[in-house]
Design a binder for this molecule. Sequence first.
Ligand SMILES: Nc1ncnc2c1ncn2[C@@H]1O[C@H](COP(=O)(O)OP(=O)(O)OP(=O)(O)O)[C@@H](O)[C@H]1O
Ligand SMILES: [Mg+2]
Length: 498
Amino acid sequence: MKRRVLVVDDDAAIVEVLEMRLLTMGFDVTATSDPQVAMAAVEGGRFDLALFDLRMEPTDGITLMESAHAHQPRLPVLIMTAHGTIETAVNAVQRGAFDYLTKPFLRDELRAKIARALASRRWARDRERLLAVGQTLASSGIMARVLDAVAQGAVETTEAERCVVFQQEHGRLVPMASAGSTPPSWPALEAAATAAMAKGLPVTFPGTEGAAIVAAPLVVQRGPMGAVVIETAPGIEPTEDDLDLLALFTSQAAVAVRNTHELERLRSGALAALGRMATEVAHELKNPLAGLRLYARHLEARLTKGGDADGAGLAQKITSTVDHLASVVQEITAFGRPPELHRVPTALHALLDECLAFAQAKCEAAGVEVIRAYDPACPDALLDARELRKALLNLVLNGMEALGAGGRLTVGTSYRAETRIVTIVVEDTGTGMSDETLSRMFDLFFTTKPQGTGLGMALARSVIDLHGGELTVHSAVGKGTRITIRLPLEPVPGGARA
Ligand SMILES: Nc1ncnc2c1ncn2[C@@H]1O[C@H](COP(=O)(O)OP(=O)(O)OP(=O)(O)O)[C@@H](O)[C@H]1O
Ligand SMILES: [Mg+2]
């Protein structure tokens, strides 16, 4: 596709001459004497280069450039002037022009400056692309963050209106991250993603109002795992350059996604080993602790008998400390035990209410607004109510604890009869989590709380996993945290992960 150049000069003769020259250089030229016509063209589509005359009435070239940059910030502009002084040149460049041209034009100067402006634009874009990809690769190793960076990077490098990253999950495409403005039509983007994955190559489709949708598959070893889909602004057709860039970018993104998968796998392997060790240690501690408790009770009884109230009080403290230790140990052994689910018909909303009531009683929740958004269509389910209560309670408690002085805690459900999957969301407007916390929250004993044991999240995930479900976390520091659980209502054959 030809590169598009916009020429504006109030001298019709110059417009004509430039148009001819640029046409012979192989450009697609829009040339006009009217700044309003020029702005309409900028608003309607993207240009690769603009040449504006400096002295024009009523809008001078620099003002026109600034209006154009409001629409297309990186449009390279050459300012033309018959009275080229160093001052005007410096002023033009300071205010965002790429360079300036003196009239009358020397053929070679025109050619050279145009070539340089176009090349540097490419270069600037490439540099930004590399930066974005670098950041993606070096980012924290959390899949949600990597996909966000991919979406953001794709929008910035291709100057698209929006980007959505889809991932294949349980046989359907799920939007995992997006950047830019909200899509007018999700099905159109999803259809493009499906086509790109089937073809294994970038594909282009017409979008809404003359926009274009381009999808490139995210190919990881075993085949496409999803697609990066961009949509351009209305009236803008992607160039060959854009397609190349998107293909290159997606292949880099695929590397980042693969590395992150690998990292997550390693992490969970190490975690499992650590969990086994913790369980063994806990097991070894159980009997001595029981002994210790017994001795402390004896001591307490003796001291009470002997009338030593202070001593008895101390012995009592030993007992209760030992009790606390024993309960931690019990939690660890329970965690390490290959768990078996005892599924019983369970009313999920009643279970959630129970957790909320308990959490509200436990936490000082004066300034906390609790919102329940239950889907009445959600039926009773075959679940292990006891295990699930522990998991959900921890999530609700974490939310409350993150809220501290005040904020909103939302607990919601939504049910899809076709899939028999209920989605539970626990969302708070609290402190949110840093990247470090996000990457470690499922680690056993990882806690940022003075009184925390750091078992809650690990337990919650393992319970949901055992039910064949899925727990995902979105969090932003200072904004809050959203935990999403997808839970099948009954055992999925082969669905539970051990
Ligand atoms: N909703 C949340 N908002 C902010 N941080 C959270 C949230 N949920 C979990 N975290 C972070 O993850 C860490 C681990 O959570 P986890 O539930 O595993 O342990 P804990 O709450 O610290 O202790 P406990 O074992 O008593 O639950 C927390 O210490 C906290 O830093
Ligand atoms: Mg917790």
